[in-house]
Design a protein around this ligand. Structure first.
Ligand code: GLU
Length: 280
């Protein structure tokens, strides 16, 4: 059996708050209890929102919490070529297609409060595609669920082990339902590469055996399980944990400025007191 390894994978798009501390401490404790590895990964593929000062603050805040992690720290923005190579592999197998639909076109008929419906589509006819490309039109690479289903002979064998719980208490062996997300975008001009793709590649590369993260990412496991199958990557065990709620019963979010770890530290909070408050 592979040695236990888990990770904390923040995006440097804001300061860490109590919810992040809970997640990082939970993963760190699991690694320590298993005598395994704890990896920190900086998920900064979103170049428009990631900032170096947030990354520096993340390292500082985690050290303050008493965490230690393996070096070097993997920074996703330095590996974009690897992610694009994976998309190219999928393209050669006919699993992705170019989608030229604009956000506006995709939103037709949708009320502002309605979530976007999962998109299922197909590439445009070859002549139209060539013409759009020659005009320099922007497009997204989408994963084709139809092609994926055909390649895998259906999704019924796609499963993952949940050692924590999903939002409905789902636990144990879970059948993945990647179809609920539709044909996801794997790359686009403004996004570069999708979070799901970078995560599955990095988890495999870094030998992650256990993905420990908030239950808000439970649905992501369904999509990530499909990508693992298509790319021939191992599937880690998942442990989705509850989200920490504030006194108002609402979960902590990046917008709660006063609840960042830096603010708490400035206000005299100690890591011990924070851990005790979280029951860790
Ligand atoms: N980078 C993601 C986030 O900050 C977490 C990814 C993961 O744990 O899989 O929400």
């Amino acid at each position: 059996m592979k040695a236990f390894a888990t990770r904390f994978a923040p995006s440097p798009t804001g300061y860490l708050h109590r919810g992040h501390a809970f997640s990082a401490l939970t993963a760190f404790a699991a690694a320590r209890d298993a005598g395994g590895r704890f990896v920190l990964r900086i998920e900064d593929i979103d170049a428009t929102r990631s900032r170096p000062e947030y990354e520096a603050a993340i390292l500082e805040d985690l050290a303050w919490l008493g965490l230690a992690w393996e070096q070097p720290v993997r920074r996703q923005s330095e590996h974009l070529a690897d992610y694009h190579a994976a998309i190219e592999t999928l393209r050669m197998r006919g699993l992705v297609y170019r989608c030229f639909k604009t956000r506006k076109e995709l939103d037709i008929g949708r009320a502002p409060h309605e979530p976007a419906a999962p998109y299922r589509g197909a590439p445009p006819p070859a002549a139209e595609e060539a013409e759009r490309l020659s005009r320099g039109e922007a497009f997204a690479w989408r994963l084709s669920l139809d092609a994926a289903q055909a390649a895998l002979g259906g999704f019924s064998d796609l499963a993952f082990v949940e050692e924590g719980a999903g939002p409905e208490g789902e636990t144990g062996l879970i059948r993945a339902r990647p179809e609920t997300a539709g044909d996801i975008v794997l790359a686009r001009k403004d996004v570069g590469v999708a979070y799901h793709l970078a995560v599955v590649l990095d988890d495999a590369l870094q030998g992650i055996t256990h993905v420990i993260r908030g239950v808000d990412l439970f649905e992501a496991a369904h999509i990530q399980r499909l990508l693992q199958a298509l790319l021939g990557l191992p599937t880690p065990v998942y442990r989705h944990h509850r989200l920490l709620a504030g006194p108002d019963g609402k979960r902590y979010a990046k917008r709660d400025k006063a609840q960042t770890l830096r603010e708490l530290r400035a206000a005299g909070m100690t890591p011990q007191a924070l851990r005790a408050e979280m029951g860790l």
